[in-house]
Design a binder for this molecule. Structure first.
Ligand code: PHE
Length: 448
């Protein structure tokens, strides 16, 4: 089977695709706003520690399992053991993972559709079409359905083209575009009045907020979401890696890129919030707390851009373009999970499979949109808060307890001959066996 499946053509291709998956709305919006209300630099420190101490080892479990099996999560987890029950539970975990990946995509596409709408609205404003611009900014059902569909068509087209011609090629184009846009925007915003106040909040640590157990547990959940863990995304990307690659190194690079972009995004979002405050836009509620994240992005930022005249329209266009790209490189990795499973397991062609799976997910998105008040929050909570950590727990258990240690070492040695004597091998097996599952269980218990 391995011969006919896709493979990343280069190390860079993998790094771009995997960090493209990891870097998404979670990093560029979620992390900075959390840091803003939770102790600035102190939160940053907690986040860095969690990313490297918890998320990285869990990421490694998925990458190694995937590369070893060179197949989708269902087959990969099944082949870890010869025991019937363990094989059955493994297959079930894989199927649950792809279902959750599809559900995450169904709400992610809605949010991404809003990003595209705001980006296009700025374009319409530049072309002197205020009615179109206003329609795109309004929260109407037709607009939402149209833009979810646009976003899903983009996602499906890339996935349908395959690993090298689709995922790898587009990640290599979009990730540099994302970095450049982020950088330019941050530099521009930092020159505006009020930006320095934001920078101060970001860089001054307030440990009283950041060290509360409540917050640490919450940050754990975000670290999982941010590195795309628990749903088989990283497993499937790992399965497209060649045996020559050094897995601990590649996983480390992906974690580093993910975290760095979150940190960089902080240099844009926090200053932007305080520029808004300086321009008379409300960013704090009466209680003194920052107003909620979604209100902040869809009302506060546009208000800020509106105070900036023509420059504001251009900044708005660039900002929402950035968010749309970040969402797209993540959404392709979500769709790849069910598509890889169906093509491999049922011997189907990739292109029609991608279109059918994508259409089903678009249908679910529309269903959510039609019952927005009940379903939107529910799907987010069920998938990211409960399912992702629980499935991540299963991946760690399979890598740490069910898989034979020797086979695991042989897998690592393929691209890293000195693996046995490395620090990684001294720490990681023990870590993924005890620490990761325990921490994940703590997070899970806490969410109840
Ligand atoms: N990591 C992505 C983000 O930060 C979200 C994601 C979750 C992607 C699960 C794939 C799988 O936005």
């Amino acid at each position: 089977m391995a011969g006919s499946r896709g493979e990343f053509s280069s190390r860079l291709g993998f790094v771009m695709a995997a960090s493209g998956s990891a870097v998404g709305l979670g990093n560029i919006w979620g992390f900075p706003t959390q840091a803003a209300s939770n102790g600035g630099a102190a939160f940053l420190l907690v986040y860095l520690l969690l990313a490297f101490l918890l998320a990285y080892p869990a990421l490694m479990a998925e990458l190694i399992l995937g590369r070893h099996a060179h197949s989708n999560a269902v087959a990969a987890l099944r082949q870890v053991s010869t025991h019937r029950l363990a094989r059955g539970i493994g297959a079930f975990t894989g199927v649950a993972g792809l279902t959750v990946a599809a559900l995450i995509l169904s709400f992610y596409a809605i949010v991404a559709g809003w990003m595209i709408a705001f980006c296009l609205s700025a374009v319409a404003a530049l072309f002197g079409l205020p009615p179109v611009a206003d329609w795109l900014m309004s929260f109407g059902l037709p607009r939402n359905i149209l833009l979810v569909t646009v976003f899903m068509v983009l996602t499906i087209s890339i996935v349908a083209s395959g690993v090298q011609a689709g995922i790898e090629r587009w990640s290599q184009r979009l990730m540099p575009a994302l970095l450049l846009t982020l950088f330019i925007l941050a530099v521009y915003v930092l020159t505006l009045d009020g930006a320095m106040d934001g920078l101060r909040v970001y860089l001054m640590p307030d440990f009283s907020r950041a060290l509360s157990p409540e917050l640490i547990l919450d940050a754990l959940g975000s670290a999982f979401f941010s590195l795309s863990l628990g749903v088989g995304t990283m497993l499937i990307y790992g399965s497209y890696l060649s045996d020559r690659e050094n897995l601990p190194l590649l996983g480390g690079i992906v974690t580093l890129v993910d975290v760095s972009i979150a940190v960089l995004a902080g240099f844009l979002i926090l200053p932007a919030m305080y520029v808004a405050l300086h321009n008379g836009v409300e960013i704090f509620a009466a209680s003194g707390a920052l107003i909620s994240e979604d209100t902040l992005i869809f009302t506060v930022l546009p208000e800020l851009f509106a105070t900036m005249g023509l420059a504001g329209t251009i900044v708005s266009l660039t900002f929402f373009f950035l968010m749309s790209i970040a969402a797209l490189t993540s959404s392709i990795s979500m769709l790849e999970v069910p598509v890889a499973y169906v093509t491999e397991q049922f011997d189907r062609k990739r292109r029609p499979t991608a279109w059918i799976a994508g259409a089903v997910i678009t249908g679910i998105s529309c269903l959510i949109l039609l019952n927005f008040d009940t379903l939107f929050g529910l799907v987010i909570t069920v998938t990211t808060r409960y399912s992702q950590p629980l499935l991540g727990f299963m991946f760690c258990v399979y890598a740490g307890w069910i898989w034979h240690r020797n086979t695991l070492l042989q897998e690592l040695k393929k691209g890293y001959p000195q693996a046995q004597h490395s620090l990684f091998w001294k720490v990681w097996p023990w870590y993924v066996k005890f620490i990761c599952p325990l921490i994940i269980l703590a997070v899970f218990a806490h969410s109840f």
